[in-house]
Design a protein around this ligand. Structure first.
Ligand code: UD1
Length: 420
């Protein structure tokens, strides 16, 4: 298992390119199952989860080829299996996103039941409830979700009990080939849901309310192939902005979109950053100032994203003042605060809130990554800490950040990867 070694103290300064969004690439790759025609998806990020999703499609009989720019051509005309096996699902929960498309196109799907993970229990009851409302029979046995339908799925009026990104995506894809109209209320409004909806429209779907919490889908008998470019990764964007802010530096991000992360940019301005945006760039400059502590509370989009909470907790731990970080989406997502405390942070937990008192300096230490975004927070902490930080279990980080050490080196960070 590789480790990252970071020597803190450098002030980040420079320009980098932002990759395509992992969390929209995954559902869009699953959505290719909805058509037998060829699909061409570009701007995929070069990440382990993407390879896993392509491998998962491959074991169903999907043929694909990827070029060096991470454009994938997909041919779904010869699907021979409707099963997402345990071995792949256990490494990537997003595999459950093949459930809706398989069921809608082939009337059958078997997907290993995704377990919980370090950040929480992560049930899929809302995915299953919606599919049942559309006429699917769902049975759980042998650790698998076995779903089938007699003929096509039927349009339904679904009011989601809670806002779920994956649940909305699975039902949106299922509805695209259902018979009649489906209305999804209390839908997730995350930009990744919008990106998926836009891709479905490019495949011939009729969807209104895109970007709102009420999606209305007129099901089609068939969808066609298309070319689609994945949107920029708003969480990668936010992570580099926070890293630059924590080191009191300056950064310019290219190929991104400020409209995807307004709540995050507002918090960075509250922190004392000067932000300039253009159509596809974001520039942040701390002008050498120490960041000010900011209070945040995670909630579904457009509120502050749970996937940016850990990074802001790291930032707050070296900021001026005290702050409260409240996590409302995943029950166990403040877990990285213990590792930050091992680096000298002053964080106490009260239920789902972290009380963070900014310290002058963190101190490098050996730490362990527990999940994707928690790992990003440890990288940020390592960049601002005095001395050397060694981060173990960095496979988590490789699931969500393309070439993280190259990008940080380009910005002047001292970071390298070593095999354990
Ligand atoms: C997606 C993102 C993840 C992000 C999360 C919230 C992908 C691949 N992952 O995850 O990075 O952190 O959105 O923005 O896109 N829940 C239920 N029942 C369900 C489904 C969810 O109770 O059927 C709960 C979850 O336990 C959690 C909350 O709803 O508390 C939100 O989860 P959800 O939005 O579904 O997250 P994911 O789609 O798994």
């Amino acid at each position: 298992m590789d480790k990252l070694i970071i020597v803190g103290g450098a002030v980040l300064n420079g320009d980098i390119r932002i990759s395509g969004a992992k969390n929209s690439a995954l559902p869009i790759l699953a959505a290719t199952l909805l058509t037998g025609e060829k699909m061409r998806i570009s701007n995929l990020p070069h990440l382990h989860d993407i390879t896993t999703m392509i491998e998962l499609l491959g074991c169903m009989g999907v043929e694909s080829s990827i070029d060096e720019k991470m454009t994938v051509e997909i041919d779904n005309s010869n699907i021979s299996s409707y099963c997402a096996p345990y071995d792949l699902v256990k490494t990537m929960r997003a595999s459950v996103l093949v459930l809706g498309p398989l069921l809608a196109r082939f009337g059958a799907a078997e997907v290993s039941f995704p377990g919980g993970c370090a950040i929480g229990s992560r049930p899929v009851d809302q995915h299953l409830r919606g599919l049942e409302m559309m006429g699917a029979e769902v049975d759980i046995s042998g650790g698998y979700i076995k779903a089938k339908t007699n003929g096509r799925l039927k349009g339904a009026h679904i009011i989601m009990d809670i806002v779920t990104v994956g649940g909305t995506e699975n039902l949106l894809m299922a509805a695209a080939l259902a018979d009649g109209e489906t209305i999804i209320e209390n839908a997730a409004r995350e930009p990744e849901v919008t990106d998926l909806a836009n891709c479905l429209v490019a495949m011939g779907s009729e969807i209104t309310g895109i970007g709102s919490d009420r999606l209305v889908i007129q099901g089609k008998e068939e969808l066609h192939g298309c070319e689609y470019r994945i949107m920029p990764d708003r969480i990668e964007t936010g992570t580099y902005l926070v890293a630059a802010a924590a080191t009191r530096g300056r950064i310019k991000l290219r190929d991104t979109d400020a409209k995807l992360l307004e709540s995050v940019l507002q918090k960075l301005e509250e922190c004392g950053a000067t932000i300039e945006i253009s159509e596809n760039t974001i520039e942040l400059d701390m002008k050498g100032k120490k960041p000010l502590a900011v209070t945040i509370k995670t909630a579904p989009y457009p509120a502050f994203p749970t996937d940016m909470q850990a990074q802001f907790t790291a930032l707050n731990s070296v900021a001026e003042g005290t702050s409260m970080v409240t996590e409302t989406v995943f029950e166990n997502r403040l877990i990285q605060t213990h590792e930050l405390n091992r680096m000298g942070a002053k964080i106490t937990l009260e239920g789902n809130t972290a009380m963070v008192t900014g310290v002058e300096r963190l101190k490098g230490a050996p730490v362990m990554a527990s999940d994707l975004r928690a790992s990003a927070s440890l990288v940020i902490a390592g960049l601002v800490a005095e001395g050397e930080t060694v981060i173990d279990r960095i496979y988590h980080i490789d699931r969500g950040y393309e070439c993280i050490e190259e990008k940080l080196q380009q910005l002047g960070g001292s970071i390298r990867r070593v095999p354990s």
